[in-house]
Design a protein around this ligand. Structure first.
Ligand code: SF4
Length: 312
C-alpha cells in the first residue's frame, strides 16, 4: 500500500472545453435530440473519449466523401475542411452544418483575403502542416508557405513583403520568437496574430500555476495540438509534468508512486478535454489524499498559487 503525503490540489482556472468545441457539440446534440442521423467530417475534435461517446450514440466520423450517408446530416469538424471539399459538398447538395470554430474560420478568411488582394506578399502560415486547420488554411492560398520552427524561419529567403497568420492553438511565446526572426527577412511584415483567446488564457493560467506546485497533470488527447502545447509550457516551468489522455490513466501503481513524493499538484486540460475528466482526476487525488491524511500530518502552510482552489 502506498500512502501519499497530504497533497494540495489546484485546478487551473482556465482549462477544458473551449467555446468552439462546446458550440460544435451543442449543434450535434440538438440534431441528435431531434432524431436526425448525424455524421462528422473528420475527427470533430482531438479527444478520444468524446469521439467514443459520439460513436456510442451512432455518430461516426468519416474521412472522405465516399462514406457520406445521404440520410444523415453532415457536421463539419471544428478545424474546418479544405475549400475544394466544401465546394464539392455544395455542388452535390449535401445536407451539412458547418461547425468549424469561427476563430479557425477567421484564419481561413484572412488567408483567402490576402491571397486575392495582395499578390505581392508572401503568405506565411505558422503551424503544423499536417493539422487539419492548417491543411484547410493552405487550401485558400496554394502559394502560402507553412513553417513550424525557428530553423525554418531562419532558412526563409528575404522577401519584399510577408503576411503571417498563426495556428489558433500556437504557443504565444513561440509565435513572438518567429515574428522577431521574420522582422529580419522583410521590411514589410504584416502580422495577423490569430492565436485564439481560449488558447492564450489556458497557456497563461498554466504558466502561472506550474512553477508554484510540485507537479502538474495535463489532460488531453495525444493528437490535440493545444493539449501538447500546454504540456510543453508546463514542462518548461515544472519538470514533474505528466501528460495523460484520461483520468483512468492515473490508476497505474507507478503513477501513484510518483505522486506520493509531491505535496501539491496543478491540473490543466486542453480545449477538447471534457470538464468531467478534470473532475474525475480531482476526485481520484482527493481519495488518495484522504488515505494520506489518516497517515500523516505535515502541517505545511498552504501556498496560494493564485488559481481556483478546489481542495485541500
Ligand atoms: S481552441 Fe480556439 S480556435 Fe480551437 S476550437 Fe477552441 S476556441 Fe476555436
Amino acid at each position: 500500500m502506498i500512502w501519499l503525503q497530504s497533497m494540495k490540489i489546484y485546478a487551473a482556472k482556465e482549462a477544458g472545453f473551449c467555446f468552439g468545441v462546446k458550440r460544435a457539440l451543442e449543434v450535434i446534440d440538438r440534431l441528435h435530440e431531434l432524431g436526425h442521423g448525424v455524421q462528422v467530417y473528420g475527427q470533430l475534435i482531438h479527444n478520444r473519449s468524446v469521439l467514443d461517446d459520439l460513436k456510442a450514440r451512432g455518430i461516426d466520423c468519416i474521412d472522405s466523401s465516399k462514406e457520406l450517408d445521404a440520410n444523415k446530416t453532415l457536421i463539419i469538424r471544428t478545424h474546418g475542411i479544405p475549400k475544394e471539399i466544401e465546394k464539392t459538398l455544395k455542388k452535390n447538395k449535401v445536407n451539412y452544418v458547418d461547425a468549424t470554430c469561427p476563430l479557425v474560420k477567421k484564419v481561413h478568411k484572412i488567408v483567402e483575403k490576402i491571397a486575392s488582394q495582395n499578390k505581392n506578399t508572401q503568405i506565411l502560415i505558422i503551424g503544423d502542416k499536417n493539422h487539419p486547420e492548417i491543411v484547410a488554411a493552405k487550401s485558400y492560398s496554394p502559394d502560402a508557405l507553412i513553417i513550424n520552427s525557428q530553423e525554418e524561419a531562419h532558412r526563409l529567403e528575404n522577401k519584399d513583403s510577408i503576411s503571417v497568420v498563426a495556428q489558433t492553438t500556437m504557443d504565444a511565446d513561440f509565435f513572438e520568437k518567429i515574428i522577431s526572426i521574420l522582422k529580419g527577412k522583410t521590411g514589410n511584415l504584416h502580422i495577423h496574430n490569430t492565436i485564439c483567446k481560449a488558447t492564450k488564457v489556458r497557456q497563461e493560467a498554466i504558466k502561472k500555476l506550474a512553477p508554484q506546485v510540485d507537479s502538474v497533470i495535463v489532460v488531453g488527447g495525444k493528437n490535440s495540438a493545444n493539449s501538447k502545447k500546454l504540456y510543453n509550457i508546463a514542462l518548461q516551468k515544472n519538470k514533474n509534468t505528466f501528460f495523460i489522455e484520461k483520468s483512468s490513466d492515473l490508476h497505474h501503481t507507478d503513477f501513484i508512486e510518483k505522486m506520493s513524493s509531491f505535496r501539491s499538484v496543478g491540473i490543466t486540460a486542453g480545449a477538447s478535454t471534457p470538464p468531467g475528466e478534470i473532475e474525475k482526476i480531482e476526485k481520484l487525488l482527493r481519495n488518495l489524499n484522504i488515505n494520506a491524511g489518516k497517515e500523516t500530518n505535515h502541517g505545511r502552510r498552504k501556498r496560494n498559487p493564485g488559481h481556483e482552489y478546489r481542495n485541500q
